[in-house]
Each structure stands twice: as C-alpha cells, then as structure tokens.
Design a protein around this ligand. Sequence first.
Ligand SMILES: [Zn+2]
Ligand SMILES: [Zn+2]
Length: 384
Amino acid sequence: MRALTYEGPYRVGVKDKPDPRIEHPQDAILRVTCAAICGSDLHLLHGLVPDTRIGSTFGHEIVGVVEEVGPEANGIRPGDRLLVPFNIACGACWFCERGLTACCENSNPSSDVACGVFGYSHTTGGYDGGQAEYVRVPFAAVGPERIPDDVDDLDAVTLTDALPTGYQGAEMCDLHGGETVVVFGAGPVGLFAMKSAWLMGAGRVIAVDRVGYRLDFARRWAGAETLDFDTVDVVTAVKDATGGRGADASIDAVGCEAAGSPMQRAVGVLGKAVAGSSVALNWCFHVTRKGGTVSVLGVYGPPFNLVDFGTAMNKCQTIRTGQCSVKRYLPRLLEHVREGRLDPKALITHRYPLEQAPHAYHQFAQKRDGCIKAVLLPHGATLH
Ligand SMILES: [Zn+2]
Ligand SMILES: [Zn+2]
C-alpha cells in the first residue's frame, strides 16, 4: 500500500509499505477514506517527539471502512464505516472501566505515562497511523464508533480528536454561566474549544493568536473577540478588558511550539534543552484571575518545561489538563453535530490526495493559503 512516511526532521514522503494485517484477535483492518493532519503531527514533523522512527506513518485522526476483522473483534463487520479515536484503549483495564481511555494501561508497553496512540512515535506504542491506504486498528470493538448515515466523513473525522479535545478543554473550565474565557491558539482545537465554551454558557470568549486569517475565522465562526499577540501585550489587554481582574478561565490550545518569547523558542524549540516552549501556558497563568481555572490541551512532551508555576500557585488557580478520552464524549458530540449545534467540517479548508501529503504538511505547517485544517483522502475524493 501507499503510506506517508517520516524521513527525518521536517521531511515526510509517500512510499510503498507492506499492507497491515491482523496481528491480534481483536484487530481490524480499515480502508482509510479520510485522515486528517493534526497540529500535533507538526510536533512529530519537527522532530520534537522522542523516538519518532524513520519510516513510521503518522495519522491519528482516521475515518474508514472495515476491510477485515479478527475473530474477537466482536460486533465489528466488514463494510462498517467507523471513526477511530486517537487513543488506543483496551476497554477492560482499571482506567478504561472508568471512562479514562486516554489512560489505558494495556495499549502502550513503552510507557506508563501515555496510552497507545496511532502514528505518534514509539513513546506511544509505535503503532503506524492512518495517513495511508490501510491501517491496523487494535481493540477495534472498543474505541471506534459506527458513523450514523446522516454524518459525513468530514464531520466524523473531527470527532476522532480535535472536536472532543476542544470540548474537553471547555468542560475542564467548569463553566456555570457568564464567565470570560481566553483561548490561546485559533487552530482547530482552539476554535472547537471556543464553540464549546459558548455551548457551556460562557459570557465572553477571547481568542489569542498571531495569524490574521485564523483570528478572522475565530471572530466569524466562533463569535470570539480577538487579540493579536504580535501587536498587543496580551496580559495587559486581557486585564484591561476585565476591569483589571483577569479572565475567569483560560485554555492553552497551543502546546510546546508556542511563539511569543525568543528565549523560550531558543531554549525549548530550537535548542531542545527543555521539552519545547511554554509561553502560551505561562500567559494562561497571567491572564487568568486569582482563583480561576487554567485548562491545558496543548501537547507537552516530558520531562520538563520552563513553566511559571509560582504565579499559578500564588494566584490559587486550578490547573486541569490531559489527553482527551475521546470515546466518552462521542454520544454527546454526535448529537450536537446531528442537531446542527456544531458544524465541525467548516474547519476543513483543504483536501489532498495521499500522494500530495508532503505538500499538505507544508501548507498546514506554514499556515499558507488560509489553511485551518487539512485532510488526506487516500482512496480519492469519494467521501460518504
Ligand atoms: Zn490530533
Ligand atoms: Zn484499558
């Protein structure tokens, strides 16, 4: 089959690889119809995730049709159209039984920190991802969800990660009504967090980014006020906008490649002396009021960052974070999509055939051509 392959920092290609096969009785093989490129794939592309091996295939946002099933993938049949959460979860461990599929202890033998994730280096299990014609899906009857006929592939692919992650980010702010929420990062996850904050009763949503077309999108699609951190001092601007007190909650939807501090970029992103830049997280502590909540969705690798923890501690803030346990949000989010309260595929601005994956990565990484979210269509443009 054809598959995207990692060729070293800043380089991906599309190559022939052996077709995946059933390796465990609970596996299924999916024929991938749509695989999205995620902001967190750029951390892999840029060589920031340890043990990302040459030749590995990225892609943890996958929609496809079941081609073949193992003898114990009960309830899944060839021909089923599935969306596949990025977490690989066994469904039977202590964490999975409590709905914390992002903490599954049986899907990643390489670490007790993270669960297995498709296409996300050997630190999350070394599973090949879905930016390919076919993908092996472990525990296929546990995580993947059958897609209702009235939900198309583009809406479905947002449900594998970006939408539930953004939704969880707003949920972790514990909104009761009327709060001011600042969202750092107007990429897909940040935009979904903004929309979700409104659904949960926020009174005011402020988006922070430096990319003009994304701030426009945040205003138009997510109804947010916007701040461009290249032209204003973000902390001063948020304080001015909130009577000097600060926002009730903030969401970091940026993670370890944040711009905004040459020192953090030099030490964390270019020099790799610590695990990336924590500018967005530090801004969260500073724009959030005393006693407020900071919700962290941006991806940070171990072991440590230059985090301004003393500010958070002295301001009595609540910090909530975590990879999203996608599965538990699917019933509610599918309902929001089917009833028209959320229109997630509006974010998918670009579609590419698999062979153009390197170009797609480049456009997305460089934020060219108004790209918000890009998807690869490994079997051509035939979408459900
Ligand atoms: Zn993702
Ligand atoms: Zn488990």
